[in-house]
Design a protein around this ligand. Structure first.
Ligand code: FES
Ligand code: FES
Length: 123
């Protein structure tokens, strides 16, 4: 198994880690196979994700892909952020070892859940 430099960088120094105190939407996802857990916070202004942070309990690939999810989501319109897939996350990381690809699914699921949560709060 090998990790790309991008994965290692984001594992050692994750971008956008932590709780977002004034979040407009919060989404969670867990992987029942390994017990890893991710929470994503979004702050939305005029339909655009202004800020996006995460908290994760998981393996190095889960940390790096969660961080990459927030990087990809930040600055995106909600409709575009909603289309971010696990594949996009893996691609942006320069790839993940086969047995770690499932870790990126957490990012896609938690981001979608956060957007859904925002839309519900916004009604
Ligand atoms: Fe989930 Fe490693 S298997 S932390
Ligand atoms: Fe479970 Fe990485 S091994 S998310």
């Amino acid at each position: 198994m090998y990790f790309t430099q991008k994965v290692i960088d984001l594992f050692i120094k994750p971008e956008n880690a932590g709780e977002l105190a004034d979040a407009d939407g919060i989404g969670e996802a867990g992987d029942p196979h390994c017990g890893d857990f991710l929470r994503i916070y979004i702050q939305v202004r005029e339909g655009v994700i202004k800020d996006c942070t995460f908290q994760v309990f998981g393996c190095c690939a889960a940390i790096a892909s969660s961080s990459m999810t927030t990087i990809l989501a930040k600055g995106q319109a909600l409709d575009d952020a909603e289309k971010i897939t696990a594949q996009d996350i893996v691609h942006a990381l320069g790839g993940l070892p086969e047995e770690k690809v499932h870790c990126s699914v957490l990012g896609e699921s938690a981001l979608k859940a956060a957007i859904e949560n925002y839309r519900k709060n916004d009604q």
